[in-house]
Design a protein around this ligand. Sequence first.
Ligand code: NG6
Ligand code: CA
Length: 541
Amino acid sequence: MMPASFHGFVSGLRGSGRAARRVGSLAVLGLLAPAVDLAAAAPDRPNIVLIVADDLGYGDLGCYGATRVRTPHVDRLAAGGVRFTQGYAPSSTCTPTRYALMTGEYGWRQPEKKTAILDGDAPLCIDPGRPTLPRALQEAGYRTGAVGKWHLGLGDGRAAVDFNGRIQPGPREIGFDYSHIIPATVDRVPSVWIENDRVVGLDPADPIAVSYQKDFGIEPNGVDRPDLLKVGADRQHSGTIVHGVSRIGYMKGGKAARFKDADLPATVIRKSVEFLEASRTRPFFLYVGLFEPHVPRVAAAPFAGASALGIRGDVIEQMDWITGEILQALERLKLAEHTLVIFTSDNGPVLFDGYHDRAQEDTKDHRPAGGLRGWKYLVYEGGCRVPLIARWPARIRPRVSDQMFNLVDLYATLARLTGSKFSPDTAPDSLDLSRVLLGQTTDNLRGDTVLHGIANTLSLRAGDWKYVPATASGLASGIGSGANPRDTRFAESRIPEPLLFNLRTDPAETRNVIREYPEKAVELRQRLDTLTARRGHAAAP
Ligand code: NG6
Ligand code: CA
């Protein structure tokens, strides 16, 4: 089962926070009883924990058919709830997917620069004035928190983000009461945690500066000092070296504040659990952006080398353990019964993504996308179809559902379940699928969905059919700074002729049947045109 040092590692984390001790002593005095009663008295309004893994594929979990990687905690979650086989991330990269999840509007409706894969110093891509899922829940009385990966930008874009002062606007301005986040991705500078609007552990005498254009020439980078690296990297990932890993972009200063990759999981757990402990008297919404199995893949001690699939397997098992710790905290706090836990991923899997970590070789016969075509970045099923699990013991009967569900639907769906405000004007792409979630209908309330990848590619899933229009140019835009558009990872984003697939008979999108069903292709093309007519500019406020 788990490595020997595992239990010691876990108990070292548990009860470490001040909050844990406070809750413990209050519980002894019986002072927390009303909170428990409150939860029991309002079974129809769930607490919500939304866990979003990073680049986890449709085939990466035991409950989705993986046999060579162990994910017992997520599998247990699935066994106690609804597991969707047709769950979609709206985009095959992070920022536009998370944008859609928070706003109920597809990311590609915004100007491309705004919701492309963002750098660590990019401005907040969500207009602070607009309604959002966390804001709606907050206004309905929920305590809202975000822990982990952010990647939605920070600051207003008028001036460079000052990581030494108050970093605003950010999570708070779009509806989170509390946040403990890293700005973008672990492979992008600055490599620091931000709690609410301040960098954690910053020494004012050692201010942070960040640039995605030029090296400050003070600290080693991956190009000049490959000898300092724990893992080799491509050119794009060869910026400033932070704790032995070269990143995208350059930073100087903030030495005391820099996170160590292997410590990230413990921090995610600690901050999530503290949030849960502090939220017992009110309904809460906790958004957890896990870092795994995105690059750079660094496993904490008990997981390093523990899986049968090399480093990518190790960090998937680590991700499963983190999820298990959060679930266990819910149980310990007697909150599990009335908490809706949703587990999903922001986009499909990728093996090589900038670091020479042997993920490609070590993945062996494991199929991260579960046999679907394509990967992260692409509009094929492997890019956008993701694991999607929802457990709410009080209301959701365990089952497997083949009904379509897009993460953009969470806003309308959760608004309905919590009695929060929702306006289709500002969240035009979000459907209320609460009846699907609760198993009150077997109809496919979402008949179709637009999928989005890099290089401005779009596709349409409609019923059994999938239509992929040809792309005009082969160049990959929207990849983020410094990426080489001729990178082979993006080769499949070039689509020279339109494609039509029947997913019922050909789930792996291997056979283009456009010549056999030309009318079907025209029908889907027209529907895609209608759905995407408003594109590249902001939604009505
Ligand atoms: C890309 C990075 C990739 C990853 C991705 C963001 C390349 C060449 N580089 O620019 O390593 O950081 O951005 O991933 O692809 S995401 O899951 O956050 O969208
Ligand atoms: Ca991702």
